[in-house]
Write a protein that binds this ligand. Structure first.
Ligand code: PEP
Ligand code: MG
Length: 757
């Protein structure tokens, strides 16, 4: 079969090649095209319909009445042709009139014909027209004929775009406007509402040339693209499994399987044999596989199709040399970014003024990309299915991060509902803003500290906007993540000083570099890409202590920035007390160096440790006498306590922060810190959720450092809470945990009118 397919497609392509090269007008070209196809397929009718002004217009035909050309028009979804265009699916019918959508058009004279085969002419994943053949005999078309039609449709798409037969922008816009709106349900990773135009992080490649000039040259291009792609996949697999490149182990394995699949490369080569360019051949095989897979209703296969789709796109990017992500091209309007997954550095590459929301096919609550987006105030929907099929590049999207919903190509009614919800939200935000100048004080008069997490200079603005008490966690690695090269000491110092100045006397806790894990830096990790499990690997303080030059530069930058002021320095991922000692000694050494050069020093340096590795809890009696403060990083702590990768989409909802294991663990840490009179804070994402924060307060936590958007809701919760009533309740709960801790806490909150939202 493939042999015959290649031959019949090749015959047609040779003819089309001449047509495309000829100097005749577009209409004359189309007239010749229908003739060539009809002859090659011995069909009585061959017609081309093109989308113009939102309707499919008969542009050229052989076999139907010529007087119907430019007269017969079908709406999207109307008749067989309209159905093909709307569904972007082929139809193969031995008796056309039996199809429920059949619409008879007397002016065409098509009543003579029984069998019908039509394929969409696709550009940018949308149908811009339909190519069809008809026979008087009632007979179905075989695979070879259909494949030939599909191949020709691809070439026609180039011819039509080149001849500007359909106005590119209006046709696409009209088509989309007419396409039904869709609603995608996902998982709410970052709440909030946003509207914008869909932009794919890895844009689909637009195929410019479909007919090959030199088959051998095309074969070589595909061959070297395959080699390059295999190298990339091998590199990614070897690099690191969990999330480093935004990819997952399981996916990488499938990528690898496809990348080395002989069948796939053979089919692409066959398509090249038929006369297509490398790009067109890859796309042709992708479409064909997709059509076949769609006929098999199996979710597992659908998932694999998805992987193959990704890989085809990667191969296309390599072969066409269009390698950049949408960040490199730049956002031209308010955008909703659509991606399978992203790393935090990739997200930070986008223009913050234009990036309004993110839709991911994967994603989890505490992956760093989510944290970064949360800090940027960008709503994120995760684990959205079927994204590629439903969302087209440039489609209008409304993201409702509170419901985990994306409205695709919304109708005016959906628009109106969205806008009115937005108004309510704005009102709510205004109410929260009213808390700005009010302290976080409980009903029974206990003053708590509600601080914000930050990482970039712009984030400091949130201190003023929210009226938070402090910056409880400044993630210094963000400056490194947004930079293409290692930021020099002077740049670090400049940032720290600017942050301290902007904080205007409010406390700022600078956390020393936490790189590694899902925050790999290309310029630092180049030689050390081999980690099996980077979240538990050479990251954070481990890396800093080993690469002491890096840490020394940062320590100097912090000390110089804090000259004459009281500063707070915190070390991440302390696993054993000696690591804290070494890190502190390193900073002190820099202090002495500055002292010896008569430089002004900070008025006071407070040293803190993050508790995020469970082992540290066993040696708190040794650590606590050494530290000025402790901060619990519940994001990492819970991933290590439950042995559940924080970036793994399948584990995103598996374990609850309100589980007895976590809450008991935290109770124990809080108690020990209290005994040593060491202030203890929570700076993980957990503290930014009202119910979780309430539970933490019930355990005795008095300091929270949270994402800025959560300050209002958390203050509201604190100010409606009687801590003296909550504490014994939480104590009882932990001694005798109910089956559903979350439900029990929710009930209590409701009964006592605590504002948990
Ligand atoms: C944490 O682990 O809880 C934390 C606050 O640090 P990060 O999220 O940056 O790892
Ligand atoms: Mg951490």
């Amino acid at each position: 079969m493939p042999e015959r397919s290649a031959t019949s497609a090749r015959e047609i392509l040779t003819g089309l090649h001449d047509v495309m090269a000829s100097r005749t007008g577009a209409q004359a070209k189309l007239n010749r095209v229908v003739k060539i196809i009809a002859e090659a397929m011995s069909s009585e009718v061959c017609s081309i319909y093109l989308l113009r002004d939102g309707a499919l217009e008969l542009f050229a035909t052989i076999g139907l009445n010529q007087s119907a050309v430019h007269v017969t028009k079908l709406a999207l979804g109307e008749g067989l042709v309209g159905t093909i265009a709307e569904e972007v699916e082929l139809l193969n019918l031995d008796e056309a009139s039996h199809h429920p959508e059949f619409a008879y058009r007397p002016e065409t004279g098509e009543e003579l014909y029984h069998s019908f085969a039509g394929v969409p002419i696709v550009r940018n994943e949308r149908a811009i027209g339909v190519l069809c053949v008809q026979h008087a005999d009632p007979r179905p078309y075989d695979d070879v004929e259909i494949e030939a039609l599909q191949t020709v449709a691809m070439v026609l798409s180039e011819l039509i775009a080149g001849a500007k037969l359909v106005d590119k922008t209006t046709a696409a816009a009209d088509a989309r406007r007419d396409m039904a709106m869709a609603r995608l349900q996902g998982f709410k990773l970052v709440t909030g509402m946003a509207k914008g135009i869909a932009v794919y992080h890895q844009p689909r490649i637009l195929i410019e040339h479909t007919v090959a000039e030199d088959v051998e040259a095309e074969r070589q291009r595909v061959y070297s693209a395959f080699r390059k792609m295999r190298e990339q996949i091998d590199g990614m697999t070897a690099q690191a499994e969990f999330g480093t490149a935004g990819e997952h182990q399981e996916i990488l394995e499938t990528y690898k399987m496809f990348a080395y699949d002989e069948g796939w490369s053979r089919r692409i080569n066959e398509a090249i044999d038929s006369g297509l360019t490398a790009e067109a051949a890859i796309e042709r095989v992708r479409q064909r596989t997709q059509t076949r897979m769609r006929q098999i209703d199996d979710p597992l296969l659908a998932e694999r199709m998805h992987d193959l789709d990704d890989l085809s796109n990667r191969l296309l990017r390599i072969v066409s040399g269009q390698l950049g992500s949408a960040a490199q091209t730049g956002l031209r309007a308010d955008a909703i970014l659509v991606a399978r997954n992203l790393g935090p550095a990739e997200l930070l590459e986008y223009d913050r003024r234009r990036l309004k929301g993110v839709v991911l096919e994967e994603g989890s609550l505490t992956a760093h990309v989510t944290i970064v987006a949360r800090a940027m105030g960008i709503p994120v929907i995760g684990r959205a299915r079927d994204v590629r099929r439903i969302i087209g590049e440039g489609d209008e999207l409304l993201v409702d991060g509170d419901e985990g919903v994306v409205h695709v190509r919304p109708t005016s009614a959906v628009h109106r509902a969205f806008e009115s919800k937005l108004l309510v939200k704005q009102k709510q935000r205004a109410e929260f803003a009213a808390y700005k100048s009010l302290p976080s004080i409980t009903l029974d008069g206990v003053r708590l500290t509600v601080a914000i997490n930050a990482g970039l200079q712009d984030d400091v603005e949130a201190l003023k906007v929210t009226g938070a008490d402090a910056i409880g966690l400044f993630r210094t690695e963000f400056q490194f993540l947004v930079s293409a090269t290692l930021p020099r000491r002077e740049m670090q110092q400049k940032l720290y000083k600017a942050v301290l100045d902007a904080a205007a006397g409010k406390l700022v806790v600078f956390r020393t570099l936490d790189i590694g894990g899902d925050k790999a830096l290309p310029y630092l990790h180049a030689e050390e890409q081999e980690e099996e499990n980077p979240a538990m690997g050479w990251r954070a303080l481990r890396l800093s202590l080993d690469r002491s030059a890096l840490m020394k530069a940062q320590a100097r930058a912090l000390l110089e920035a804090g000259a004459g002021r009281e500063i707070h320095i915190m070390f991440p991922m302390v696993s054993e007390p000696w690591e804290f000692d070494d890190a502190k000694a390193l900073v002190e050494e820099q202090k002495h160096w500055l002292q010896s050069r008569k430089k002004q020093l900070p008025a006071k340096i407070n040293y803190g440790a993050m508790l995020e590795v469970p082992a540290l809890a066993e040696t708190l009696d040794i650590l606590l006498p050494k530290v000025d403060f402790l901060s619990i990083g519940t994001n990492d702590l819970t991933q290590f306590l439950f042995a559940a990768d924080r970036a793994h989409p399948k584990l995103a909802e598996r374990y609850d922060w309100l589980s007895p294991a976590i809450l008991r663990f935290l109770r124990r840490v809080v108690r020990e810190a209290q005994q040593h009179k060491v202030p203890v804070a929570v700076c993980g994402e957990m503290g930014g959720r009202p119910l979780e924060a309430m539970a933490l307060i019930g355990l005795g936590i008095r300091r929270l450092s949270i994402t800025p958007a959560a300050v209002g809701p958390i203050k509201g919760m604190v100010r409606s809470l009687d801590r003296s009533k909550l504490m014994p309740f939480v104590e009882d709960l932990l001694n005798k945990p109910p089956e559903d801790m979350r439900a029990a806490l929710t009930r209590w909150a409701r009964k006592h009118q605590v504002a948990i939202g």
